[in-house]
Design a protein around this ligand. Structure first.
Ligand code: NCD
Ligand code: ZN
Length: 344
């Protein structure tokens, strides 16, 4: 049997939720990943270091015995975020950065930012304290087509931000377009991007052809194939600016399979195998280790993990549903096959 050993990976973009959902989401991610950047879009959002540490303790309470898992907390940037909070975040090893959600862009983003321009003082403080800015890069204007929202956000906001704050560390999260790839490639070394399994493995045909597939619906929405190919090329190129961030985003089945379904793909139960599937489809499994376990740590100036995991070439089928305390959930890739499996 073919096998592949890589350093233990980290997930640089993850939603765990809170309450009883943590009983499902924390063990699923901690089984594979050592560190994970935990997104703050709870209700209410996690806006302070204090709230993040309380949330982190709830997460740690669900880590199975004997498992080493290190959640790195992202705080939710709002119009009220202060320079003091940024200084506190910089001083706390459990806080990794601030997440910018344009108001209304995605799940639980109502408290997000309405004017990116008004953030200038806060971004200046983040640059000064070397606190990374994690960005959901989509405009929300009703007159901008949903498939263009990432490109327009880059033009209107990201290019000006990176020009004005060249020393600000910035991660464009879950990129979906050739425009995002070009932006990140052309920006200086303080700018990087995370990539999800669904945006590497799928395009909008997988969402809409033959019927609407709610479990492939996430934001930013899947784009046309040429954009998918640009993302694939970026991941396959071995450019260290592009690294793993699953954006695993759990929603129960009833919230996805409904007239107005939630955005988000719960990929955690098969996360590393999904990336292995992508790299193996392109005969590039040798690129998985740096993408999953190297470049993200390097960008955040954290040590690479020294433990390893082993993947074996052994076809398996992702479960149709996962039980949670709040009802069944349909994972991403449910009922479909993958060629590689985590051993153990
Ligand atoms: C995420 C969620 O459900 O919290 N959903 C998604 O479609 N990706 C939020 C986000 O990252 O946009
Ligand atoms: Zn997300």
């Amino acid at each position: 049997m073919q096998s592949l050993t890589i350093p233990r990976p980290d997930d640089w973009h993850l939603h765990l939720r809170d309450g009883a959902m943590l009983q499902t989401t924390v063990p699923a991610t901690a089984a594979v990943f050592h560190r994970a950047v935990v997104m703050p879009n709870l209700v209410p959002p996690v806006t302070t270091v204090e709230a993040a540490l309380t949330y982190r303790a709830q997460i740690m309470a669900e880590v199975p015995a004997g498992v080493r898992f290190n959640p790195l907390m992202a705080l939710y940037l709002t119009a009220d975020t202060t320079s003091e909070e940024i200084a506190q975040a910089a001083a706390n090893q459990h806080v990794i950065g601030f997440k910018l959600y344009p108001s209304g862009a995605t799940t639980n983003s109502a408290a997000g930012v309405k004017s990116v321009e008004a953030l200038a003082p806060v971004l200046g403080a983040m640059q000064e304290h070397q606190v990374p800015l994690l960005v959901h890069g989509e405009v929300t204007d009703s007159d901008i087509d949903i498939f263009d929202r990432e490109r327009v956000f880059i033009e209107r906001h990201l290019i000006p931000i990176t020009e004005r704050f060249p020393n600000l560390k910035l991660v464009l999260e879950h990129i979906t377009t050739a425009d995002a790839v070009e932006f990140v490639k052309n920006a200086n070394s303080n700018v990087a991007a995370t990539m999800t399994p669904q945006h590497l493995l799928m395009n909008r045909n997988d969402l809409l052809v033959g019927g609407i597939r709610p479990h492939n619906y996430c934001l930013p929405i899947l784009k046309r194939q040429s954009h998918q190919q640009a993302l694939q090329q970026a991941a396959l190129s071995g450019n260290p600016k592009f690294f793993l961030g699953t954006d695993s985003a759990p929603h129960v089945q009833a919230s996805k399979e409904t007239a107005c379904g939630c955005a988000g793909c719960y990929s955690a139960p098969a996360a590393i195998e999904l990336y292995a599937e992508f790299f193996s489809q392109h005969n590039a499994l040798d690129k998985l280790a740096d993408f999953a376990s190297g470049y993200g740590a390097d960008f955040y100036q954290l040590p690479r993990n020294t433990e390893t995991i082993e993947l074996v070439q052994q076809p398996w089928t992702v479960a149709e549903t996962v039980d949670t305390a709040t009802g069944p959930m349909v994972p991403y890739w449910a009922g479909a096959d993958l060629q590689w499996k985590l051993r153990g």
